[in-house]
Design a binder for this molecule. Structure first.
Ligand SMILES: NC(=O)c1ccc[n+]([C@@H]2O[C@H](COP(=O)([O-])OP(=O)(O)OC[C@H]3O[C@@H](n4cnc5c(N)ncnc54)[C@H](O)[C@@H]3O)[C@@H](O)[C@H]2O)c1
Length: 411
């Protein structure tokens, strides 16, 4: 069978996918694009060691000319949609890194591009796929804890030590400009994938900006939280951000007949289930979940990085199980829009926003022109402040962070 020819746009985080593509036997890495030459050189060296030929492109236009059936987007998190639309319209399947889109207008554009072209789009929400979270999905969908009433998802990642290496001292890097609720799908996404439910309303909240992030040039609330109501009436607390923490991430489902917990420890799952007539006398279990595909255990983010690429390639090849496991465009938009609308809610005293179901064409026009976000080049005249009480950060902060990046030192 012919291998799927794949290109990767963005060679920083993209190097993870590059490594996987170089190792697969159903895909071949044909091109990589990054404007930062050292990242291309790293790919060239690796490909040479493996005896593979990869086109290394500094410009996206040159990249577009390469032989690619599919492209992985690992470019700036706020610039995925314009490139995804361009690639889909050129006949390429797309896998997008997080996040799905920067504003509501882009959510509509992305869905319509996928529908128009009929090509595969998958969203690389790797936090859905650790063994424990896949096991929680399996058990929830099997009905083990009944109907969901409440869920929690947390992605608490204090990135301050790596901030210089991931923002390069650039004032306008998306990580400095984003809102507190922008990077929300690592916490909410796994819960939606586990349950198959979708959001119908959201209220957003943010913590104060912590001094440890301000001194690195970030100017958004250090913790973002969305309280989301799902289409079965269940409520969800989704918490994320650069807070100090004792546990990196944690996921919890509470249903009418039990609960499931991923404490993010050694692939453990904690379960409590009640059978008929067992009110408060159900069964407690604590066990280690296994990887459905053993080789995934060698990859990052608890193996999650393997499955995103695997389900993308297998979906292109027509594998129906992979299509179910991958995050499709509607699910990707459902994971992301509560963060976008959640930030409007933060700015309006936490008022509740209805989350549209953009599967329905009749719901799209209301959002088609809503470009509101905290990224000036994308929002135009609909720019939102990225902190309610706007603060100004002196140039000297970014100069210091840039020097830390050059010296490869932590923040
Ligand atoms: N899922 C995860 O666990 C995870 C972890 C880290 C990053 N990410 C995602 O990966 C993506 C990339 O993040 P990152 O950490 O690599 O940092 P980044 O966003 O700073 O890197 C983007 C890379 O793309 C290149 N690039 C961007 N626009 C370009 C253009 N027009 N032409 C050529 N090159 C261009 C940049 O030079 C840079 O190397 C983001 O979407 C981020 O959210 C996901």
């Amino acid at each position: 069978m012919a291998k799927i020819r794949v290109g990767v746009f963005g060679g920083a985080r993209g190097f993870t996918m590059i490594n996987q593509l170089l190792a697969r036997d159903d895909a071949v890495l044909t091109a990589v694009c990054d404007k930062y030459r050292p990242l291309l050189d790293r790919v060239g060296k690796k490909a040479e060691e493996l005896g593979q030929k990869v086109a290394l492109c500094e410009s996206f236009d040159e990249f577009m000319e390469q032989e690619m059936d599919a492209v992985v987007l690992a470019n700036y998190a706020n610039e995925h949609v314009p490139y995804a639309v361009r690639l889909l319209d050129s006949g390429r399947h797309v896998m997008s890194e997080v996040l799905t889109c920067s504003n509501m207008a882009e959510a509509v554009e992305l869905i319509e591009a996928v529908e128009r072209t009929g090509l595969v789009y998958t969203y690389a929400e790797n936090y859905c796929y650790t063994p424990a979270r896949q096991e929680m999905r399996r058990r929830y969908l099997a009905g083990d804890i009944g109907e969901l009433l409440y869920a929690e998802g947390e992605y608490i990642h204090d990135c301050s030590s790596i901030w210089p290496q991931i923002t390069y001292g650039e004032r306008n890097h998306w990580r400095n400009l984003m809102s507190s609720t922008f990077y929300n799908t690592h916490s909410l996404g796994p819960l939606l994938k586990m349950t198959g439910l979708r959001p119908v309303s959201v209220s957003g909240f943010e913590t104060p900006l912590s001094p440890h992030m301000l001194e690195l040039g970030a100017c958004f609330g250090s913790g973002g939280m969305e309280i989301v109501t799902l289409n079965n009436g269940a409520i969800v607390k989704s918490l994320h951000g650069d807070l100090k923490h004792a546990a990196h991430s944690r996921y919890y489902l509470s249903g009418t007949r039990g609960g499931l917990l991923d404490p993010n420890k050694d692939c453990m799952v904690c379960a409590y289930t009640e059978g008929p007539g067992e009110n408060c006398r159900g069964k407690k279990e604590e066990y280690k979940a296994e990887h459905p595909i053993a080789e995934a255990g060698q990859t990052g983010h608890g193996g999650g990085d393997y499955y995103t690429v695997h389900f993308f390639i297998r979906s292109i090849l027509g594998d129906e199980e992979a299509k179910k496991m991958a995050v499709n465009v509607y699910e990707a938009v459902d994971m992301c829009t509560p963060g976008i609308l959640g930030y409007k809610s933060v700015l309006e005293g936490n008022r509740s926003y209805r989350v549209p179901d953009l599967r329905r064409p009749e719901e799209r026009d209301a959002w088609r022109n809503d470009r509101a976000c905290t990224f000036p080049d994308i929002a135009g005249d609909q720019l939102l402040p990225n902190r309610i009480d706007s603060i100004s950060v002196p140039d000297s902060t970014y100069e210091r962070v840039k020097q830390l990046w050059i010296d490869k030192k932590p923040g």
